[in-house]
Design a protein around this ligand. Structure first.
Ligand code: CU
Length: 477
């Protein structure tokens, strides 16, 4: 609310300056004049997943749901769909307890999803409230060259305080993105991006009607633990791996009804690829950046790799009830920020050593002498404004995940159109992994059961080498 007030005041200030002090005093009339020329910018103050925005003007369509995001409202002006994007600094809650100072659009990073229909004439006002020039490039669209938003090549950069207008017909249905093409390494590292969905204008032979249509962007940041602002000169070594600028456990679950046909639209604006993996179901790749995939070229998958600058659409029938993990399969992308220089300590009993170190270095933590899962259950001292590296509580304890991780919740009794969280799955009797309490047989060694084709030297049972590495810089005790 405060945010909206601020924005109105700033707009009034600008309008007032141009029409003179007398008019500025009559604030309400200035406001009406300003708003007649430009659609009022709509801001979002919350990082929640907003319900689908059902269109009340223009051609009808089945709206998408943006994970931890929202769709930008528009107004119709003589048959043209008008949107107003405001590029500005924002505070994004990336997970409960962890806020980042980013750049984005209309109060959030990523910016709002823009949804239009094939054939729509679209006019987008872009107001720059950043401290440097920006542009908006409409990634993947067919449009007149001068609307492509490349600073220096197709237009001058939009100076701070200025507003530019982009206008074109959404010619091809599909999943698109938008992002700056001015100082883009900095501006994308700061979170400037958004999704654009163009729905087909009629039944399309290659675009299925679905019950749930989710979309999100893959993005990445480099934020030191305890800091608020991403480092903007990072090229590859990011430490926050997010979906729509949220990290687990801050990413909402995808809640669907059993039997729903579900579409996921995922765009990648990080600097590396992300193999996105879904448990319990197979999906088909039904669309890419270039449009719908011909039916004969679709193949079943459980993981789809999404390259840098690419978009992927996958579809499946959610016919298996349960809580199904959905995550990037690069395991360090399902972790939150930490120091990278932690030596591998599995099998090394170093708790005594750590005790001695702790007397000298109070912050030193015992890490990973039994793997790292303990970390997700330990109460660790964290700097302020830091999300735990691996966290999230499930019905059976610590989930031990962070970053690019969420859960597809498939429920028989989830109502159509209901996106609320149904809670944890209750497993029917006899369908849950359980502990074996009986005796264990001696393992049959492969030596006893047969020889391998290639002659391999038998492993010595006594001569096992363990290389012990002490934490860097903590060597002398
Ligand atoms: Cu990844």
């Amino acid at each position: 609310m405060r945010k909206i007030m601020n924005t109105r005041r700033q707009f009034l200030g600008q309008a007032g300056a141009s029409v003179g002090i007398a008019a500025a005093v009559a604030a309400s009339s200035v406001s009406r004049v300003a708003m007649a020329a430009l659609p009022e910018p709509v801001l979002q103050s919350k990082p929640d997943t907003m319900p689908p925005l059902v269109p009340n003007t223009g051609r009808p369509y089945n709206p998408v749901v943006t994970l931890n995001g929202w769709t930008l409202p528009w107004r119709m002006n003589a048959g043209v769909k008008e949107f107003h994007l405001v590029a500005e600094p924002v505070v994004r809650e990336m997970a409960p307890g962890f806020k980042a100072h980013l750049w984005g659009y209309n109060g959030q990073s990523p910016g709002p999803t823009i949804e239009v229909v094939e054939g729509d004439r679209v006019r987008i006002f872009v107001t720059n409230k950043l401290p440097e020039v920006t542009t908006v490039h409409w990634h993947g669209q067919r449009l007149p060259n001068g609307m492509d938003g490349v600073a220096g090549l197709t237009q001058p950069g939009i100076a701070p305080g200025k507003t530019y207008v982009y206008e074109f017909v959404a010619r091809r249905p599909g999943t698109f993105m938008y992002h700056p093409h001015a100082d883009e390494m900095v501006q994308m590292a700061m979170g400037m991006m958004g999704l654009w969905i163009t729905h087909p204008k009629a039944k399309h032979p290659l675009i299925a009607e679905v019950d749930r249509d989710f979309c999100f962007l893959l993005n990445a940041y480099d934020v030191d633990p305890g800091a608020y602002t991403p480092k903007i000169m990072t090229m590859l070594d990011f430490n926050i791996w997010s979906w729509n600028s949220r990290v687990f456990p801050g990413i909402d679950s995808l809640n669907v009804r059993q039997g729903d046909k579900v579409r996921l639209r995922i765009g990648n604006l990080t600097m590396t690829n992300h193999p996105i993996h879904l448990h319990g179901h197979e999906f088909e790749l039904t669309g890419t950046d270039g449009g719908p995939v011909p039916k004969s070229a679709r193949w079943p998958e459980v993981t789809t790799d999404i390259g840098v600058g690419q978009m992927r659409q996958v579809e499946f029938i959610a016919d298996e009830p349960g809580d199904w993990s959905m995550h990037c399969h690069k395991s360090h992308h399902t972790m939150n920020a930490m120091g990278h220089n932690v030596p591998t300590m599995i099998g090394v009993e170093h708790r005594d050593l750590a005790k001695k170190i702790t007397q000298l270095v109070p912050d030193y933590m015992v890490m990973g002498d039994r793997g790292m899962h303990d970390m997700s259950e330990m109460e660790m001292p964290l700097p302020d404004n830091t999300v735990a590296m691996m966290t999230g509580q499930g019905p059976f304890g610590a989930i031990g995940m962070g970053g690019m991780f969420s859960v597809l919740k498939v429920r028989k009794d989830q109502k159509p159109g209901d996106y609320s969280d149904p809670g944890w799955y209750r497993h029917p009797a006899g369908t849950l992994a359980y502990e074996w309490n009986g005796a264990l047989p001696e393992p049959a060694r492969s030596e006893a059961s047969g020889k391998s084709a290639a002659a391999t030297p038998a492993m010595s049972k006594t001569n096992i080498e363990v290389q012990i590495r002490k934490p860097a810089g903590q060597a002398h005790h």
